[in-house]
Design a protein around this ligand. Structure first.
Ligand code: IMP
Ligand code: MG
Length: 176
C-alpha cells in the first residue's frame, strides 16, 4: 500500500483563518481571564499559533484523552492519559481541538469538565466534519468545515505520522 497526501488546506490558508478566529475570540472574551486548554496531541500546532494571537490574560493547560467505543455503553468510554494541572473552577475555559469527527471525545470530555464548575466553556476546533457527527457538539469557533475524509498534517496524524506537515492534506492509499 502506497500512501499519498494531497493538499486540502494550505499553510497560507491556515495562517489567515487562525488570525480571523483569534480576532473573533479577542472580541468575545475581551477582559476575561481565560485558561486555554489544548487536547493533545493533535491540537499543538493550532494552540500555539492561535494563543500567540490572543490578547487577554491567559493560562495554558493540556490534557491527553482517548475515547473508546464500547458497545455496552452508547457513549463509549474515555481514558484520561494526562489530566489538567490547573484548577478551572470559576475560570473561563477555551478548549482547543484539532478536529471534531463523531464528537464522542469532546462530548465525554466536556461532561467531565463541566463537573469542575468553570465560569464558562468555549470550544475552538480547527476542523469540523459535521457529516460524521454522532454526538451533539456545537463548536463556538470553527477553522474549516471539511468533508468526511481522513486528513493529516498541522498536528493531525495517521498512526502517529504526518503531524509535522505544515499544511492539511487528504491521505490516500493505493496499491503498488
Ligand atoms: P471524535 O470522533 O470526534 O471523537 O474524534 C476523535 C479524534 O479522532 C480526534 O480528536 C482526532 O484525534 C481523531 N480524528 C478524527 N478524524 C480524523 C482525521 O481525519 N484525521 C486524523 N485524526 C482524526
Ligand atoms: Mg484529538
Amino acid at each position: 500500500m502506497k500512501e499519498t497526501v494531497k493538499v486540502l488546506i494550505s499553510e497560507e490558508q491556515i495562517k489567515q483563518r487562525v488570525g480571523e478566529l483569534a480576532e473573533q475570540i479577542n472580541k468575545d472574551l475581551a477582559g476575561k481571564e481565560i485558561i486555554i486548554l489544548g487536547v493533545l496531541k493533535g491540537s499543538v500546532f493550532f494552540i500555539t499559533d492561535l494563543s500567540r494571537r490572543l490578547t487577554m490574560p491567559a493560562e495554558m493547560a493540556f490534557m491527553d484523552v482517548s475515547s473508546y467505543y464500547d458497545s455496552t455503553h452508547s457513549s463509549g468510554e474515555i481514558k484520561i492519559n494526562l489530566d489538567l494541572d490547573l484548577i478551572i473552577k470559576d475560570k473561563h475555559l477555551l478548549i482547543v481541538e484539532d478536529i471534531i469527527d463523531t464528537g464522542r471525545t469532546l462530548h465525554m470530555l466536556m461532561e467531565r469538565l463541566r463537573a469542575r464548575k468553570p465560569a464558562s466553556i468555549s470550544l475552538a476546533t480547527l476542523l469540523n466534519k459535521p457529516v460524521a457527527r454522532e454526538f451533539e457538539i456545537t463548536p463556538d469557533y470553527v477553522g474549516f468545515e471539511i468533508p468526511d475524509k481522513f486528513v493529516v498534517g498541522y498536528g493531525l496524524d495517521y498512526a502517529q505520522r504526518y503531524r509535522n506537515l505544515p499544511y492539511i492534506g487528504v491521505l490516500n492509499f493505493s496499491e503498488d
